[in-house]
Design a binder for this molecule. Structure first.
Ligand SMILES: *Cc1c(COP(=O)(O)O)cnc(C)c1O
Length: 404
């Protein structure tokens, strides 16, 4: 029997049918502009937008007034980092982040570094965690912002967020976190964790693409951001533009569902993830788990398969959607900067696969995947020059990979 298994839920998730159902009226009859104050179409749209705001706020223990709608987490990250850096430039120009943040955080930080700011990129430990001591050590009187993710998208490692938030508070430094992967999977509380700015996205939580939100703290302290775009002054002047009402309705519904189902669903996903790891590790030698076994997302499993190359391995099971740490970019084969950032050698990074499980995966999907992957690894290894080289005593970390 042939099946197709989707295990790339950290890249994007399918729309939950309940979310689609909530959105449909707003793609049809309820098409009003939420900024239209003079008729029922506008009022109806505004009501839906405010409901979505409350649903998202509840999920992170915020006030609805602290939620700003954006087009996704990329925009939220940019608005938080550039908006705060520009607003508080007179206080200082030092920003702290890490080497393994999403590109939506790294790239605005690089932009700042090229435009008169100083950015410290912390190196996480071998499991992908940044410690509060590391953060404390680099905070200075001119530090205005720390940006560290809740959970890493490639390896699933969770940062000690509450401790880092508290350390930032002590020094009066703003704390931004990219919660795109963690939102809906692990509990997040902006008060308990001392978060001032938080990015999230609809399409990673079974909501639609093209909608996201930025939490912006309103008291203790009141955070202000310089907008990235100017226009009608929507969203407290921080993000002008007609609101994506169906998207907002979808993100709100998706957040409510994720929050309600989180305890049971997290346990279910962790069980499937562990079943997959057992299915691989009990049948294969020479495999390594990348990430942190204790502090991690329930759905993410990143594994390196010695002596095989990730992209070739993926081609060995084209009925299973996963992603590899050796993404092909144009002519060169650059291994994942996240794995490099935590000190994984090129050989192991090139042989890594990320399995990211989701709401619609079943036990059968997992058993099928383990079987297919084991077969593909054994097949490739039987033909692999790398395995022969390793058996002949050659240190593979000294091998020069194409593209370097
Ligand atoms: C997917 C993702 C983003 C980008 O989100 P978009 O809504 O697609 O712009 C940012 N950060 C992390 C950690 C992600 O996983």
């Amino acid at each position: 029997m042939s099946r197709f298994v989707y295990l790339d839920n950290n890249a994007t998730t399918p729309l939950d049918p309940r979310v689609l159902e909530a959105m449909l009226p707003y793609l049809q009859d309820k098409f009003g502009n939420a900024a239209s104050r003079s008729h029922r179409f506008g009022w109806e749209a505004e009501e839906a937008v405010e409901k979505g705001r409350a649903q998202v706020a509840t999920a992170i223990h915020a006030d609805p007034k602290e939620i700003i709608w954006t087009s996704g987490a990329t925009e939220s990250d940019n608005l938080a980092i550039l908006g705060a850096a520009r607003m508080y430039a007179d206080r200082g120009k030092h920003v702290v982040t890490s080497l393994i943040e999403h590109k939506a955080v790294i790239d605005p930080c690089h932009y700042l570094a090229q435009n008169g700011y100083e950015v410290t990129f912390l190196t996480p430990d071998r499991t992908g965690r940044v410690s509060v001591e590391q953060v404390r050590q680099v905070l200075r009187d001119d530090t205005i912002l720390v940006s560290l993710m809740v959970a890493n998208n490639e390896i699933g490692t969770l940062n000690p967020l509450g401790e880092i938030g508290a350390a930032c508070k002590e020094r009066g430094v703003l704390f931004h976190t990219d919660a795109t992967q963690a939102f809906g999977k692990v509990p997040i509380d902006v008060e308990v964790m001392g978060i001032d700015l938080l990015s999230l996205s609809g399409h990673k939580i079974y909501g639609p693409k093209g909608i996201g939100a930025l939490y912006v703290r309103r008291r203790n302290p009141r955070v202000r951001l310089q907008p990235l775009q100017y226009g009608g002054g929507h969203e407290r002047g921080m993000r002008s533009g007609t609101l994506n009402v169906p998207g907002i309705v979808g993100l709100g519904a998706a957040a409510e569902i994720a929050l309600g189902e989180m305890p049971a669903e997290s346990a279910r996903l962790a069980g499937l993830r562990d079943r997959l790891w057992a299915g691989l590790s009990e049948r294969l030698t020479g495999i390594v788990l990348n990430g942190n076994v204790e502090h991690r997302l329930p759905n993410t499993l990143n594994v390196s398969f010695l002596y095989v190359e990730g992209e070739s391995l993926m081609m060995g099971f084209n009925d299973i959607a996963v992603s590899s740490g050796s993404a092909c970019t144009s002519a060169s084969l650059e291994p994942s900067y996240v794995l490099k950032g935590i000190g994984v050698g090129d050989d192991l990074a090139h042989s890594s696969i990320r399995f990211s499980l989701g709401r619609f995966n079943t036990t059968e999907d997992i058993d099928y995947t383990a079987e297919r992957v084991v077969a593909a690894v054994n097949h490739l290894r039987s033909m692999s020059p790398l395995q022969e080289m390793a058996e002949a005593g050659i240190d593979l970390s000294t091998v020069q990979w194409a593209g370097h």
